[in-house]
Design a protein around this ligand. Structure first.
Ligand code: CTP
Ligand code: MG
Length: 246
């Protein structure tokens, strides 16, 4: 028997337990159809398309774990990829934590990927995995430059004019996407030690004082949030079908 360490393994955790309130009434967002296939299935395929990813943990709406399991059996992932389904929590952070709790000991690198970003290209996934494995930083985010100028305001929230407090230099800003990639131990520590609302996992790692780096993201990794995003997603799929036809 060899006493060598178990092989390094990369897993993807897919938080998919949100309702999708901003998308409007209907099924939980991850279960909405895109090009005839549930959004979650696109997201699982996007992760398992990377040869580095050998396990996908789907964090499902807590009242529909069995339904999600059945759905994923209907649309199987490639044979080299295992898929687990666990129940989510009340917040995205809580859902990700539950996904991390389900990881076997052999996993050393973790991707966290929103089910709501179903169309991320495999090259982006691979670039994030490579950047984490290269050891340059224990946390890696895919990020894109902004098209709009961004202002900081004093929020009013009721439609009245909001005082502008400043204009950060646009060239220094990035919109951050997923999958975000992590050294597993670092991400687990962040989820244990950091409390309070943080909108992404890398933000929690930053608060530990641990370095985070950004690599180029992709415009097709956009998040499906509002109804117009569904129109864009359908258009991207239609374009891919045309391109694949040649
Ligand atoms: N998410 C989750 N558990 C929650 C809330 C969100 O797993 N309690 C997941 C969503 O399913 C989604 C990702 O986190 O894949 C990003 O969240 P977001 O785009 O905000 O999705 P929702 O929270 O579902 O949408 P909304 O905020 O409009 O309700
Ligand atoms: Mg949300």
């Amino acid at each position: 028997m060899s006493d060598a360490a178990p092989p390094a393994r990369t897993a993807a955790v897919i938080p998919a337990a949100g309702r999708g309130v901003r998308l409007g009434p209907g099924a939980p967002k991850a279960l909405r159809m895109l090009g005839g296939t549930p959004m979650l299935v696109h997201a699982v395929r996007a992760m398992s398309a990377s040869r580095a990813v050998s396990l996908v943990v789907v964090v499902a709406p807590p009242d529909d774990v069995a339904g999600v399991r059945a759905l994923l059996d209907e649309y199987p992932a490639p044979e080299r990829t295992d898929v687990l389904v666990v129940p989510g929590g009340a917040t995205r952070q809580e859902s990700v934590r539950r996904g991390l709790d389900a990881l076997p000991d052999s996993v050393t690198t973790v991707l966290v990927h929103d089910a709501a970003r179903p169309l991320v290209p495999v090259d982006t996934v691979d670039a994030v995995v490579e950047a984490v494995r290269d050891g340059g930083a224990p946390a890696v985010v895919p990020a894109v430059p902004l098209a709009d100028t961004v202002k900081e305001v004093e929020p009013a929230g009721d439609g009245t004019p909001e005082p502008v407090l400043g204009t950060p230099e646009r060239a220094r800003l990035r919109a951050v996407q997923t999958p975000q990639g992590f050294d597993r131990a670092t991400l687990v520590r962040a989820h244990r030690e950091i409390t309070g609302e943080v909108t992404d996992d890398a933000g929690m790692v930053e608060r530990l004082g641990v370095p985070v780096v950004a690599v180029p993201g992709h415009e097709e990794a956009f998040k499906v949030t509002r109804p117009l995003d569904l129109v864009l997603a359908e258009a991207v799929l239609a374009r891919r079908r045309v391109n694949d036809g040649f």
